[in-house]
Design a binder for this molecule. Structure first.
Ligand SMILES: *[C@@H]1O[C@H](CO)[C@@H](O)[C@H](O)[C@H]1NC(C)=O
Ligand SMILES: *[C@@H]1O[C@H](CO)[C@@H](O)[C@H](O)[C@H]1NC(C)=O
Ligand SMILES: *[C@@H]1O[C@H](CO)[C@@H](O)[C@H](O)[C@H]1NC(C)=O
Ligand SMILES: *[C@@H]1O[C@H](CO)[C@@H](O)[C@H](O)[C@H]1NC(C)=O
Ligand SMILES: *[C@@H]1O[C@H](CO)[C@@H](O)[C@H](O)[C@H]1NC(C)=O
Ligand SMILES: *[C@@H]1O[C@H](CO)[C@@H](O)[C@H](O)[C@H]1NC(C)=O
Ligand SMILES: *[C@@H]1O[C@H](CO)[C@@H](O)[C@H](O)[C@H]1NC(C)=O
Ligand SMILES: CC(=O)N[C@H]1CO[C@H](CO)[C@@H](O)[C@@H]1O
Ligand SMILES: CC(=O)N[C@H]1CO[C@H](CO)[C@@H](O)[C@@H]1O
Length: 895
């Protein structure tokens, strides 16, 4: 203060009216927070002055002007402060009055701006007062801001109407007396919006899910929060795309998800949605089956241990399986089951008490051997349980048939073939084999079994044809010799060491595996011609022995004649002793007898005409019996007639029928009877029953040339007929060209006993004649003989024609003579006709029948000659000649 006064005093003293002028104007040319730069013009162009600038605090800066404009920088100021200055003009120690002015430094920026609240369209900003002064105001600028935000002296500013998810750039200025700070720059972002829609599930399974969502056109990032994971913590997945694959989830679990849109450091509010994982089930089980067991095996789902399993039979108890067991496969066995039974199951997978089941069925197997298989030559039948189909497979292929109502009925199979029969069960589309079984069908019997002569009469060659089907071996039996022939060798077996001209029973049976056919039987005769040949050879070689044989023959035949039994009662009849003709001499004998228009036959036959006729036939004339005779001149002799049993007064024991001897010593081998009259049909059947006949041979037709020859005494059709006390039923009827074979069932009404009677009906014997050729009748006789020999303990065979003498006698004689020829190699035709005539009149009624008998023997001895060569016609001619003779002879009488 003292110095100021001193200066003022000095100035006043020295100047005395010479004071420099003040500057007129001072301007601020630059301003920072700590510096101010001033400029002024020098006073009246005088550069010789100096200036003194004094700020508010009294600090003086001396300035020497060197130019007309003075620029002066003042530093080390405080920002945002209003400073007062005084500028003095100084000359020669004289100072002007001083020019006063104010200048403001630039204020400081805010130190920091905090975004205290951010939303999709607004932000709230906050900052601290600069230098904690109240004197400043603030100004906020931002890009995109439509209107500047008014200056404020507040330190919080809400910015509205922004775009969501956008980055904004701001500048905040501090303002002091219109001086703005340099500006504080910062940026921040608004919150983005959530996705607009629930994400789409692209794919999912038990553990994984893939979500996809729509994006906006801004490149936001997304994050997905999973609030519940198997491990219990929140799983956040960041992604740049719009798709996310989440794995490692638990099956059958509901998960909540939140999807955020991410932008810089902000995320949207979050979009909530949820998803439940699936629970898979087992889709395949392996089952091995037996009669009583089912083993069920399955693979663990997805080869992991997450799942538990529960096996539940549909009506049984559940079994649980822990998924964490070792291995990748689980097996369970059910045992003690019932064979052939269908069982149903459900296999559940289980997680968190949730289940998903797979249903399946299986069936226990069955034992094919437990059924009864009925096998024939072309069919297999059985009753089987637990199957729906059956396959029959042989080498040619297989065929499948449905099993209907447990019944197997396979037909049209190949005889004798082996079949693998398999039973199947169709469970849906699954074809399950229940069991297999090998069966061989019965082979067919051999066909056309026959024989040819062989080995000069000491053997037979048996031949046959193989039947349709499979035959491995044919077994041939002849006379206790047995042969097994493979079916691929020849169908011929030679049998040696037999006897000449003997009948042999030949049987043949076919075999396939263990199965055998019905046995075929055929009666064969060894070659009789061989005997002739053999004898001739012997005759030539050893004449003496031959003579001895001849002598023996004579002796033997005489002995036989003596021993052959005469009929029961024989009156004193002159009996001529007819010699048997040896087989080898028979052709010669036959030619001899035929010479001169059959003179020999005529004479011999004539000789027989009176045999037996003197015998009594009184019974035939008794009242009541008389009308039981078809012809008044054909009546049975009392001594040999057939007596019926008399049960009551009205009955008669009479029937027009006579016992006939047979071959050898056998008496009562046949009954020769007349064809029944209407009134004697019942008697006829009574006779058949009482005499226990098992065969009736009928050698006439019921009607011939319009004349009734015999009453039809059997039922016309298959309905039973009653004859007296006997019910007769036709069981079968088999018509051949020359004969008809029938089988009768005869039942006694009182005793209910039933018997079978065979009916051999020869239909080709022409009216008044002899059959055309001998072959058919010889064959017919063969059928009759076969039956007789096969029936044991049978009574006499009833033979009848119309009168019961002509054809009847011829047939009986033929049967006996052929037996004699067979056994003794000789025949005594005349002797046997004589024997018959002692038992019934007119037996072999005509000469032509007598000649026919001889012809039959001839043809039997020389069958080949008859069949093939000229003499056939000679012989046949001869038969015709005699047939005509017979017709003439017969015109009046009846047969
Ligand atoms: C936005 O402001 C907040 C709070 O001030 C801050 O943490 C964030 O980093 C800012 N974000 C950006 C993108 O600058
Ligand atoms: C925001 O915009 C709305 C309508 O567009 C308007 O009414 C409102 O005043 C605006 N707010 C500000 C702070 O500009
Ligand atoms: C589920 O799906 C994913 C993706 O497709 C696949 O990788 C995974 O193996 C699947 N898991 C199961 C258990 O199927
Ligand atoms: C089932 O499994 C058991 C044990 O492995 C075995 O003994 C049995 O033979 C099996 N049964 C079938 C039908 O496979
Ligand atoms: C089912 O139940 C029936 C009787 O209800 C029983 O006989 C049969 O054995 C059961 N089957 C199984 C597989 O348990
Ligand atoms: C029959 O056999 C053939 C070949 O052996 C086979 O392909 C076919 O499946 C069989 N058919 C049946 C129904 O078993
Ligand atoms: C097998 O049995 C089923 C069911 O019984 C039947 O539908 C099917 O036709 C049979 N198959 C044959 C080849 O017979
Ligand atoms: C105007 C004025 O006086 N100018 C003077 C300044 O000082 C120099 C020398 O010192 C003089 O020569 C000038 O005349
Ligand atoms: C220009 C001017 O007045 N100069 C004066 C300065 O003071 C000295 C002495 O005091 C004078 O001699 C000068 O004339």
């Amino acid at each position: 203060m003292e110095r100021v006064y001193t200066l003022v005093l000095l100035c006043a003293v020295s100047a005395l009216g010479i004071k420099p002028n003040d500057v007129k104007n001072v301007s601020v040319t630059d301003r920072t927070e700590t510096e101010l730069t001033f400029q002024w013009d020098i006073v009246e162009g005088n550069t010789n002055y100096t200036y003194e600038l004094m700020n508010g605090s009294g600090q003086i800066i001396e300035i020497t002007a060197t130019d007309r404009v003075v620029t002066q920088n003042v530093s080390s100021l405080s920002p945002g402060t209003n400073y007062s200055f005084t500028l003095y003009t100084v000359s020669n120690e004289t100072q002007s009055d001083g020019f006063n002015f104010w200048a403001v430094t630039v204020p400081s920026n805010v130190v920091n701006v905090v975004v205290v609240n951010r939303k999709e369209t607004e932000m709230t900003l906050q900052w601290e007062k600069v230098n904690n002064h109240e004197i400043y105001t603030y100004e906020l600028d931002y890009k995109d801001g439509e209107k500047p935000i008014p200056r404020t002296n507040l330190v919080e500013q809400k910015v509205e109407n922004l775009t969501s998810g956008t980055e904004y750039f701001f500048t905040l200025y501090t303002v002091f007396k219109d001086v703005k700070s340099s500006g504080y720059n910062f940026s921040n972002v608004t919150v983005p919006y959530n996705v607009a829609d629930t994400p789409i599930v692209v794919a999912f399974n038990d553990t994984d899910v893939i979500f996809k969502w729509n994006t906006s056109n801004k490149a936001y990032n997304y994050s997905l929060e999973n609030s519940k994971t198997s491990r219990g913590y929140i799983n956040i997945i960041f992604t740049q795309g719009n798709e996310v694959h989440i794995s490692g989830l638990n099956p059958a679990t509901n998960y909540s998800f939140t999807l955020y849109t991410e932008f810089f450091d902000v995320r949207s509010t979050g979009y909530n949605f949820s998803h439940t994982t699936s629970l898979s089930r087992v889709t395949e089980v392996k089952i091995t089956r037996s009669l009583t067991q089912l083993n069920i095996t399955w693979n663990k789902l997805n080869k992991n241990n997450i799942y538990d399993y529960i096996l539940s039979p549909n009506n049984g108890t559940e079994t649980s399986f822990n998924g964490s067991s070792e291995g990748n496969e689980i097996t369970h066995m059910y045992s003690d089951l019932t064979p052939g039974t269908l069982y149903s199951f459900t296999l559940f997978t289980q997680v968190n008490g949730q289940r998903n089941g797979y249903d399946f069925k299986s069936i226990t197997t069955i034992n094919c051997m437990s059924f009864t298989w009925d096998v024939t030559n072309s069919s297999i039948n059985a009753i089987v349980n637990g199957s729906t189909n059956i396959t029959a497979k042989n080498s040619a292929g297989n065929e499948t048939f449905p099993v209907y109502k447990n019944t197997v009925n396979l037909t049209k199979l190949y005889p004798g073939d082996s079949y693998t029969v398999s039973l199947w069960n169709y469970l849906g589309s699954e074809k399950l084999l229940q069991c297999s079984h090998n069966l061989t069908l019965v082979p067919n019997s051999v066909l056309n079994l026959s024989c040819t002569h062989f080995s000069g009469g000491y053997g037979l060659a048996v031949i046959w044809d193989l039947p349709n089907g499979v035959v491995d071996v044919v077994q041939v039996d002849v006379d206790r010799q047995s042969f097994n022939l493979s079916s691929n060798t020849s169908q011929r077996q030679e049998v040696k060491n037999l006897q000449v001209a003997q009948w042999y029973k030949v049987t043949a049976t076919s075999f396939s595996g263990d199965m055998q056919s019905k046995t075929e039987t055929h009666n064969c005769q060894t070659d009789p011609a061989g005997v002739i040949a053999g004898v001739l050879v012997f005759f030539l070689l050893v004449l003496i022995i031959c003579a001895a044989v001849y002598l023996w023959f004579r002796y033997g035949s005489a002995k036989r004649n003596k021993s052959s039994k005469p009929p029961p009662v024989v009156s004193n009849v002159t009996k001529k002793n007819y010699k048997p003709i040896p087989m080898h001499k028979f052709p010669e004998h036959f030619r001899h007898m035929s010479c001169d228009e059959n003179r020999g036959f005529s004479e011999e036959y004539e000789d027989l005409s009176s045999v037996g006729i003197e015998q009594s036939n009184a019974a035939a004339f008794l009242p009541g019996n008389n009308n039981k005779n078809r012809f008044s001149n054909v009546l049975p002799y009392d001594s040999s007639r057939v007596h019926l049993t008399v049960n009551d007064e009205d009955d008669s024991d009479y029937i027009n029928a006579s016992y006939m001897p047979g071959y050898g010593n056998a008496s009562k081998q046949y009954i020769a009877a007349q064809g029944p009259l209407p009134s004697t049909v019942n008697d006829f059947w009574r006779m058949v029953w009482e005499k226990r006949s098992q065969a009736i041979v009928m050698v006439t037709n019921c009607t011939e040339s319009g004349r009734v020859k015999c009453e039809q005494y059997w039922p016309l059709d298959y309905s039973p007929c009653l004859y007296g006390n006997l019910v007769v039923t036709v069981k079968s009827e088999d018509k051949a060209q020359s004969w008809t074979l029938r089988e009768f069932n005869v039942k006694n009404k009182s005793s209910s006993e039933t018997r079978t009677v065979k009916h051999f009906h020869f239909t080709a014997w022409p009216d008044h004649g002899v059959p055309f050729g001998t072959e058919e009748l010889i064959k017919f006789r063969g059928r009759v003989r076969q039956h007789i020999e096969n029936s044991y303990s049978a009574g006499p065979t009833v033979v009848h024609c119309s009168a019961g003498v002509g054809r009847t006698g011829t047939l009986i004689a033929l049967d006996v003579l052929l037996q004699q020829l067979d056994r003794e190699k000789e025949v005594a035709i005349a002797a046997f006709v004589q024997q018959m005539r002692l038992c019934r009149p007119l037996m072999v009624q005509t000469e032509s029948q007598y000649v026919f008998l001889h012809q039959c023997i001839m043809d039997t001895l020389e069958p080949k000659v008859v069949a093939l060569s000229e003499p056939l016609y000679e012989n046949s001619d001869m038969i015709y000649v005699n047939a005509i003779a017979l017709r003439k002879y017969e015109n009046g009488s009846k047969i």
